[in-house]
Design a binder for this molecule. Structure first.
Ligand code: PLP
Length: 508
């Protein structure tokens, strides 16, 4: 953070809090005009709201004004903010001014066409408008009657998404905040599916009648699988990481062997997580082959398509979900590759009764008399209160249409192939994994440079491009080596942004 930013932040903090001395003791308090409600007057809201929409439109139109990766140091933002809350209300303009001055420097711009880190995303404008409405309605969709539209729009919009993805008819969809939570719920359902174990009622601790339960996922699967196993009491050591082939896909033969070994030792194969689009390389596990093993073994199959699952919206990429009808549950995140602002994860289950059995518990004050309510979403997970996330997803899908979504995803995949071609054409550079979607893993390792030296070189290259402000990339490790990772998911990314990032990288 520059001194200018730091000082501006501190000055603003002082201006807002100058009625306190440095120990936070009250001195003289400013008088803030307020309506009797304490909320800001509607006219002030109207003005501030219009100004903010203008600001957002400029923000989206002029990404070049911002370095993609925030340049502040740890503690800068905290130190620029008052350590105590305001005693009296301030005009909303003051907070908006401080947002620009103090908060914005600490933002890494995910909604920037030069953001290529992790999995790149877009908070598209229809999605932003949807969020605005969601906040205005402030609905808590606990049960159907607490907002019928919240429940029924969620049912409809997830069925639209189900159709676009080519998932089996009749699957039940619900929105959660993240893929990590969707996977946790799916694996809780997997545990409940073994109702003879009576884990819901009796728990797992102190029981010598309970066999060890195992969950299988490839070496490349996301850490959310481990976290779910930890949270569900299954135990981290009972997540069996199965080996992959030379394209980073789970090997069904090794899965079958691991299950056979466990059975021989008296352990129960509870669930398998297959990934469509792994986090490092976006490899696609063979869902059909894995599903056949699950059917044979009576294990729950959960498919994690958090990012790349969306690619199945393009008819040309439907094959990535080949065998999905063998799955018990599936997750994909509209907030990753469906232009929906964070957060929004779509969880599908083939047997909603099992998921419901895992969680349903209705205290008296939430009982309702309606006869024909098909879903009270609170019955299908841990949380009671629920944001009205379906609204923004509905706005996004309506604005783009299936065809519009598919063509943008195809364009991102084309751009990724273009980057891969640039890399392949450059002496000393290598693409380190297949590029099935919109993510490229690559590395510079010229002849004469040892692998360890190449690791250090690539790490420095990453720091350089990220410090340039024009792009942000992240990294991974493949076969033990440090690898650069570029992911495309922003609607406004063009070859120009990619070219800029590539020029900084290859400049050495
Ligand atoms: N699964 C996969 C394959 C991922 O790549 C990620 C995150 O990138 C997750 C799950 C976790 O996603 P979330 O942040 O929505 O929990």
């Amino acid at each position: 953070m520059t001194d200018r930013v730091r000082n501006a932040g501190r000055d603003a903090a002082r201006a807002a809090h100058d009625w306190r001395n440095t120990e936070g003791q009250a001195t003289t308090a400013p008088v803030a005009p307020r309506a009797a409600t304490g909320d800001i007057p509607v006219e002030e809201f109207r003005q501030a709201g219009h100004a903010l929409v203008e600001w957002i439109a400029d923000y989206i139109s002029h990404p070049e004004r911002y370095p993609v990766l925030s340049r502040v140091a740890p503690g800068d933002i905290r130190n620029a903010l008052p350590a105590w809350p305001p005693e009296r209300g301030e005009p909303v303009d003051a907070a908006i001014a401080d947002f620009e001055r103090t908060i914005l420097p600490g933002i890494t711009h995910w909604n920037h066409p030069g953001f290529f880190g992790y999995f790149a995303v877009t908070g598209s404008m229809p999605g932003i408008l949807g969020e605005l409405l969601t906040a205005a309605l402030n609905v808590n969709g606990m049960v159907w009657r607490t907002s019928p539209s919240a429940t029924e729009l969620e049912q409809v919009v997830l069925d639209w998404l189900r159709q676009m993805l080519g998932l089996p008819a009749g699957w039940f969809g619900m929105i959660t905040d993240t893929a990590s939570i969707s996977t946790l719920l799916a694996l809780a359902a997997a545990r409940e599916a073994r109702s003879e174990l009576a884990i819901r009622e009796r728990g797992m601790a102190g029981r010598d009648d309970l066999p060890v339960l195992r969950i299988y996922a490839s070496e490349q699967a996301h850490s959310s699988v481990d976290k779910a196993a930890i949270a569900l009491g299954i135990g981290h050591t009972n997540v069996v990481r199965v080996g992959v082939d030379d394209e980073f896909r789970l090997r069904p033969d090794l899965l079958a062997q691991a299950i056979a070994d466990d059975r021989a030792a008296g352990r129960i194969p509870l669930a398998v997580v297959a990934t469509v689009g792994t986090t490092s390389t976006t490899s696609v596990d063979p869902v059909r082959a894995v599903g056949e093993i699950c059917r044979r073994e009576g294990a729950w199959l959960h498919v994690d398509g958090a990012y790349a699952g969306m690619a199945a919206i393009s008819p040309a990429r439907r094959e990535i979900l080949d065998g999905i009808e063998l799955a018990d549950s599936f997750v994909t995140n509209p907030h990753k590759w469906l232009f929906t602002p964070v957060d929004c994860s779509a969880l599908y289950v083939a047997r909603p009764d099992v998921l419901r059995r895992a969680f349903v518990l209705v205290p008296e004050y939430l009982t309702t008399r309606e006869q024909d309510v098909t879903v009270n979403y609170m019955d299908y997970g841990v949380q009671l209160g629920r944001r009205f996330r379906a609204l923004k997803l509905w706005m996004v899908i309506r604005a783009f249409g299936r065809e519009g979504i598919a063509s943008r995803l195809e364009e991102h995949m084309r751009l990724a192939r273009t980057v891969a071609e640039w890399v392949r054409a450059e002496p000393g550079w290598r693409v380190e994994a297949p590029v099935p979607f919109s993510t490229v893993c690559f590395r510079c390792a010229p002849e004469g440079m040892s692998e360890a030296e190449a690791d250090a070189w690539n790490e420095r290259a990453l720091e350089r491009v990220n410090a340039s402000g024009v792009a942000f990339l992240s990294h991974t490790r493949l076969r033990g080596r440090y690898v650069l990772r570029l992911s495309i998911g922003h609607l406004r990314t063009t070859e120009a942004e990619l070219r800029r990032a590539w020029e900084v990288l290859r400049a050495g």
